[in-house]
Structures are given as C-alpha cells and as structure tokens.
Write a protein that binds this ligand. Structure first.
Ligand code: UDP
Length: 464
C-alpha cells in the first residue's frame, strides 16, 4: 500500500494536471487482490483518463513456501508477475511515452528496451534513502565483513552519516537472500532515464544537493533526479467505522489527540503491545490507537493483508483496557482513515512507524511525530526526522533490550503532547506544511519539476 498510494496520486496528477492518459498497473497477490479492489483504493473516484489494470496474481507458493513475508517473497512475486504480464499489456497499449516503475520493478527493463519505451523510477521513499541506495554498490565493494560491524557510521557522500544500528535489516547480512534482492534492485537504479522522488527541496535540502552536485553522485552516474512531492492520498473513502473515529475526534480539543498507527504492515510483539498501551494510559493524553493482533514472529505481519478483517482488540489487549480508556482513548481494529485523522484539528501528535507516506502525510498536516520504526528503511527515516528535519522525537531504546518500557513511552508522549519541546516540533512541522503547499503550487519547486519531465515527454525526449 505504501507504494501503490503515492503511485496512484502521481497517476492522478499526470491525468488531471498534464492531460496524459495513464494505464496504472497493479501487481496483485491472491490475498491482496480483494483488498486492493475494495475501499482501500477508491478507484471509483479516479479521473476518466486513468485506466487501472490489475495484473493477475501469479502462483509463486512453491517458491516462497519457506520464506517469511518480506522483501524476498515480494521481489519473487513482482518478478514473476512482470515476466508473465508486462509484455502483453505494453503491446496492447498505443505507443506508451514512458513506463514509470517502482523501486522493485527492474524486470521491466528488458521488455521496455525491446519496445523502446523509456523507463523512469518513482522512488517512494526519502531522497536520503535514495542516496544511500545509490551509494550501496560502492559501500558493498569497499567493505569487508558486514556493514553493521563497521567501526563508525556509514558516510554517504554529502549526507548525514547513518549509524550502523539504523541500517535496514535487509543489509545486515550480505549473504542473505533479502540482501541479494535489495542489492540487485538498488544497483539497477542508475539504468533508469530519471528518478522522480516523493519529496521536496525544503524537506531534504542536504540529500538533494548531494544527489545533484556531489562529485561522487555525478560520477556514478546518477540519473536526473526530479523531486515532485509530497504526493499523498488526498481524499479517501470513509467507512462507517472511519466516520465514528472522526466524530469522536470532533468532540476533542484542538491538538489534544495522539494518533497511534503503524502503517499497513506494522505488528508489535505481545510484550511491546502491552508496554505501549500502558505507556499511553500513564501519559494521560487522549489517543486513537489502531490496534492489531500482536505477532511475535514478524514486525510486518499485515504487510500483504492491510485493512483486512481483524479480531476484536479486547481479545488481545490487557483485560479492561478498552473499557477503562473510554472517553480518553479510542481503540480501533486494523485500519483508520489516516489522512483524515491527521488532517483533523484535534490531532496533535502522531506515533508513527515512519513509513515514508505516513511521514509525508503528517508533515503536510503540520503534525509532529514520535518515531517507532519497525521494518524496511524506517530507522533511517526516524533518525532523519529527529536529527535533521526536527519534527519528531525518538524514544530511547536501551542497549540490548528489545522492548521499550511503558515509562519511556509515557515520557515521549508527554513531551510531544504537552511539553515545550513538543511546541517547537509542532512549529517546525507547521513551517514544513506551508513549504509543502508552496512546492506543489503552480511555480513551486515540485510542480515545476514534474512539469519539466512532462514537457520533455511531450516533446518526445527524456528529461535532463
Ligand atoms: N494507512 C491508513 N490507515 C492505517 C494505516 C495506514 O490509511 O490505519 C495508510 C497511510 O495513510 C499511508 C499508508 O497506509 O498512506 C502506509 O504507507 P507508509 O509508507 O507510511 O508505510 P508502509 O505501510 O508502506 O510501511
């Protein structure tokens, strides 16, 4: 979902602002097809020039049988899906101007080469992480042993150093399948004709400058970078339970509610879930908690089934918690209309897993964050938000401990919701909210960036 949502927004932009016809290809799995077709993606409100094509689910069960849900299984699914369906789909379209792929869509190169269709990438994470990804082949070549064992942080040229403990799990073990897939996809990035990024100049000035001007990136060579964000979900269909959440928010004071949601995939361990809910209770702040059944084996337990049916939270939360919190905290199972919640005037803080879309959605609404990274590149994002962007606080994770205790959770919640530091974070978030609006307006940096690419396409060449 974290990739489909911004892609859909880009597709809508291309149709409504630039008058393209867009064919939007959705890779599905047997599990995700139903969810994708229902209310998570409200394709009913897409403009008429946008045509959605669901690639038929491929059966890769024998290939992923012994692999837990994650990057490897995702890449295998995508690879097989594109191999089976992309060629006939492209051949069925009238002279596509370009194909824009996701960061895991490299299996499109061969057929696009053959059909002379330029390939662009839309990178749905930060420019900071893009810089790391482009640097990875060099890091790989120059490092002996594992990156996590390096004596100091990873120094991506021109960017803020990344502490080894913040490196994504996929690069911890270079012999693992996850690393091999990740490396394959990231090292293929320079093959695209251009990289669109879901970010903007004022949010990430340092990595943008590095990508565009640092000699290292100029020499790789890095494809032209076009920051066109923040493209986030605008309006989403609000279900009955969503309406209840919003009317509960209507009764709360401005900036008084903490929204707790862990993206489409995030699931906590049983112990961590207990500490989290007691931490929220101790903080005495009002909150909305998007609860999911704990998962002791995976931090991304719902990644392929986001928004699906969920058990009643009372069956897995501490006894009496939901009842005790009535009027203070609202517990909702599985999914909430996040953009609408963040946009609501009563929402004053976001306890977030730091998926890039969630970050953009929060910043665009001027809501400060508590970072709770769980999987993928979220630790890198969390560090960037807290240490570079200045819109978030990061709970202290004690060395060697896997669970963050309730007192630490109480501390950071109070800090953001009622402390002086929280006011500074909120102020900074509001500044960025304004700069995001300006970037997307006619003449703004992101508007111009996309317009530049579009003009080149219309003239039949690639954007420099
Ligand atoms: N989301 C939502 N309701 C939820 C949880 C997530 O609407 O209860 C949406 C959220 O608004 C965002 C996307 O799901 O657009 C999650 O994307 P993100 O990049 O933050 O994280 P991912 O799920 O890819 O880890």
């Amino acid at each position: 979902m974290g990739h489909i949502i911004p892609f859909l927004e880009l597709a809508k932009h291309l149709v409504t602002h630039h008058h393209f016809h867009v064919s939007f290809l959705v890779i599905t799995t047997a599990d995700s097809l139903a969810t994708a077709k229902t209310n998570l993606l409200c394709f009913s409100d897409v403009p008429s020039g946008l045509h959605v094509i669901y690639l038929p689910p491929v059966d890769v069960s024998n290939l992923v049988a012994n692999i837990p849900p994650g990057l490897t299984s995702l890449c295998i699914m995508i690879q097989h899906s594109l191999k089976l369906s992309l060629r006939p789909i492209l051949l069925g379209l009238t002279r596509p101007i370009a194909l824009i792929i996701d960061m895991f869509g490299i299996d499109a190169f061969e057929v696009c080469d053959e059909l002379s269709i330029p390939v662009y990438s839309f990178f749905t994470s930060s420019m900071s992480f893009l810089a790391f990804s482009l640097y990875l082949p060099t890091l790989d070549r120059e490092t002996e042993g594992e990156f996590v064992d390096l004596p100091g942080p990873v120094q991506v040229p021109g960017c803020r150093p990344i502490r080894t403990q913040d490196l994504l799990k996929q690069v911890h073990d270079r012999k693992s399948d996850d690393y091999k897939w990740f490396f394959l996809h990231m090292s293929s990035l320079p093959k695209v004709a251009g990289i669109l990024t879901n970010s903007w100049k004022d949010l990430e000035p340092v990595p943008l400058l590095a990508l565009k001007e640092n000699p290292f990136f100029l020499n790789i060579p890095t494809p032209p970078i076009h920051p066109i964000g923040p493209l986030i979900k605008e309006d989403e269909p609000i279900t009955e339970s969503g309406k209840e959440i919003l009317s509960w928010l209507d009764k709360q004071k401005p900036d008084s509610v903490l929204f707790v949601a862990l993206g489409s995939g995030g699931t906590l361990s049983s112990k961590q879930l207990i500490e989290l809910v007691f931490g929220l209770e101790l903080s005495q702040q009002h909150f909305i908690l998007v609860a999911r059944k704990p998962d002791d084996t995976s931090a991304m337990g719902t990644i392929f089934s986001a928004g699906g049916k969920e058990d009643d939270p009372k069956t897995y939360l501490p006894e009496g918690f939901v009842k005790r919190m009535e009027g203070v905290g609202l517990v909702v199972p599985s999914w909430a209309p996040q953009v609408a919640v963040l946009r609501h005037a009563s929402t004053g803080g976001f306890f977030s897993h730091c998926g890039w879309n969630s970050i953009l959605e929060s910043v665009v609404q001027g809501v400060p964050m508590i970072t709770w990274p769980m999987y993928a590149e979220q630790k890198v994002n969390a560090a960037q938000l807290a240490e570079e962007v200045g819109v978030a606080v990061r709970p202290v994770v004690e060395l060697g401990k896997e669970v963050v205790g309730r007192e630490e959770i109480e501390r950071v919640v109070r800090l953001v919701m009622e402390g002086e530091e929280g006011k500074i974070l909120r102020q900074r978030a509001k500044e960025l909210r304004d700069s995001a609006r300006i970037a997307l307006e006619l003449g703004g940096s992101s508007f111009d960036s996309l317009a530049h690419v579009v003009e080149a396409w219309k003239l039949g060449h690639n954007a420099a």
